[in-house]
Design a protein around this ligand. Structure first.
Ligand code: AMP
Ligand code: MG
Length: 496
């Protein structure tokens, strides 16, 4: 029995901003909550005791049935460009921010319930989430964290005991999400759209204080803020490209101002490499295809720049000039992160003018030969300076293995320039090239077992394997394998 009291030492700053930033309301209780999974390590990182959280009172908090002391629940207001179209008001239609905690490292973290019931921003929605999308977000966000990519985290998933109606009737669930903050590009756009410059300034000051404190003393803090967000987003999207991650819904309301991956909907990792890959069922024109992610991030950040104009200068021309100069740095910021990361994936410790061509040549050959993105780089990590049996593992991933051989000859010429020992380079490459990613067919199987048979074992196994993506694990071979043809997932759904 859980007799101890559960305390969350919330310290809420967003709730101190003016009332027009949010709607205060409590989550809507559910009939019979049941814990699906608690993230013990993340709980401890937040200085919370996992043993208390798995008890009935912890589960009540995660389900929205009990609002803990010091919480100040609210739904945040924001706007956004969805698939290029302006929507002046979106906001948390099914998420409720409980409050902010300071973690073990002194970092401020939002704790939010996703699927916690309707809010004034719900529009036509029911405010709820289905188990499938909750498990998908749990699996993928935790995998991203383990891969070392900035992301929101998943603290807990609970079943509500209620059904949600989508195309079918699904078990309802709530995800407890942890983020540096849930402030988005669309949060700025909300106030810019209302010509509320006072609120823009308050929001910008809040964001600087919270996410970019060293900019407070910059000559031009708001311009510095814009540049800093551009840098973080460029680095983030470069990491997505290097790992084969496709977000699926890069609307400006799904772009975090802190530079974390946020709002996992119909996201997916590529199996076979192709730059035009799209999985999302709602992305009919491939706006958010793999290869479009960098230019879309650039476009979204231009939207942020536009929203910040009133803060950059009272003189409109001058504001536009500053914003344009900042936004024009995106391509080079992206390229710097991407090229450095690709060099690491190829096992290069120095930089050479030919490296970009070497990298893109490999990718083009992979695309022509339907090579598995993840395994090509992982198996490449086992190759030596001289050709040996290990080459066959990579070759076998190419429809036409000679296409790999030709590239490998060039690669080895480049490696010879560096003179790094094979074992040392291979160790470094294994740290840049994961063996396990949340493959779509495995995510799908975990969701099917949970939704259809109330069997959480595949989900739990998958989460455990993905916690150490760079390290080969005994008995986990099936988690590294690409799908068999009949297992290939062609479309993912956001399930909202
Ligand atoms: P998303 O696609 O999850 O990023 O959500 C886009 C917008 O739709 C946000 O304003 C969400 O809060 C809202 N939304 C998504 N699903 C629901 C739902 N089931 N009920 C209410 N609002 C929702
Ligand atoms: Mg969203």
């Amino acid at each position: 029995m859980d007799t101890s009291t559960l305390t969350f030492p919330f310290d809420n700053t967003f709730a101190q901003l003016p009332e027009r930033f949010y709607a205060r309301l409590a989550p809507t209780p559910v009939s019979s909550p049941r814990l699906v999974r608690l993230n013990d390590a993340l709980a401890r990182q937040l200085s919370l005791d996992p043993a208390h959280l798995t008890g009935a009172s912890g589960v009540d908090v995660f389900a929205g049935n009990c609002v803990p002391d010091r919480a100040d629940p609210l739904a945040m207001a924001y706007a956004g460009f969805q698939f290029g179209s302006w929507v002046p008001q979106l906001g948390d239609g099914r998420a409720i921010l409980l409050g902010e905690l300071i973690d073990c490292d002194g970092q401020r973290r939002d704790v939010q319930l996703k699927g916690a019931g309707p809010t004034p921003f719900s529009r036509m929605g029911d405010g709820r989430a289905g188990l499938g999308p909750v498990l998908r977000e749990y699996i993928v966000s935790e995998a991203m964290a383990a891969l070392g990519i900035p992301t929101t985290r998943s603290l807990a998933a609970v079943l509500t005991g209620e059904r949600v109606i989508r195309e079918n009737s699904l078990p309802g669930a709530v995800l407890t999400r942890v983020a540096s903050s849930h402030i988005r590009v669309g949060t700025f756009q909300y106030f810019a759209g209302r010509r509320d410059t006072e609120a823009l300034g308050l929001l910008a000051d809040h964001v600087i204080h919270r996410h970019y404190p060293n900019l407070a003393s910059a000559d031009d803090p708001y311009l510095a803020l814009l540049s800093a967000v551009i840098e973080r987003q460029a680095a983030l999207v470069a990491q997505w490209q290097l790992i084969g991650f496709i977000h699926g819904v890069m609307n400006t309301d799904n772009m975090s101002i802190a530079g974390e991956t946020i709002d996992y909907g119909p996201c997916a990792f590529m199996d076979t490499y192709h730059p035009e890959t799209v999985y999302s069922s709602i992305d009919h024109r491939g706006r958010y295809a793999y290869q479009n992610q960098p230019p879309i991030a650039h476009w979204n950040l231009a939207g942020l720049a536009q929203a910040l104009l009133p803060l950059l200068s009272e003189n409109e021309d001058e504001a536009v000039e500053k914003a344009t100069a900042a936004i024009n740095t995106f391509p080079e910021c992206f390229k710097a992160s991407y090229t450095a990361g690709l060099g690491r994936k190829l096992g290069l410790s120095t930089v050479d003018v030919g490296d970009e061509v070497l990298g893109s040549d490999l990718l083009e050959r992979m695309a022509r030969n339907k090579a598995d993105f993840t395994l090509t780089f992982r198996y490449l990590s086992a190759l030596s300076q001289t050709q040996n049996d290990a080459d066959n593992h990579v070759r076998a991933l190419f429809e036409e293995p000679a296409e790999f051989d030709q590239w490998a000859t060039d690669w080895r010429v480049r490696l010879a320039q560096e003179g790094v020992a094979d074992s040392e380079r291979q160790d470094e490459m294994r740290k840049a090239n994961p063996l396990y990613i949340p493959r779509n067919h495995l995510v799908e199987a975990a969701i099917r077992a949970a939704e259809d048979s109330d069997d959480l074992a595949p989900f739990n196994h998958l989460v455990t394997v993905l916690a150490s993506p760079y390290q080969q694990q005994p008995g986990a071979d099936a988690y590294a394998e690409p799908p068999e043809p009949e297992q290939v997932v062609h479309q993912t759904f956001c399930g909202t």
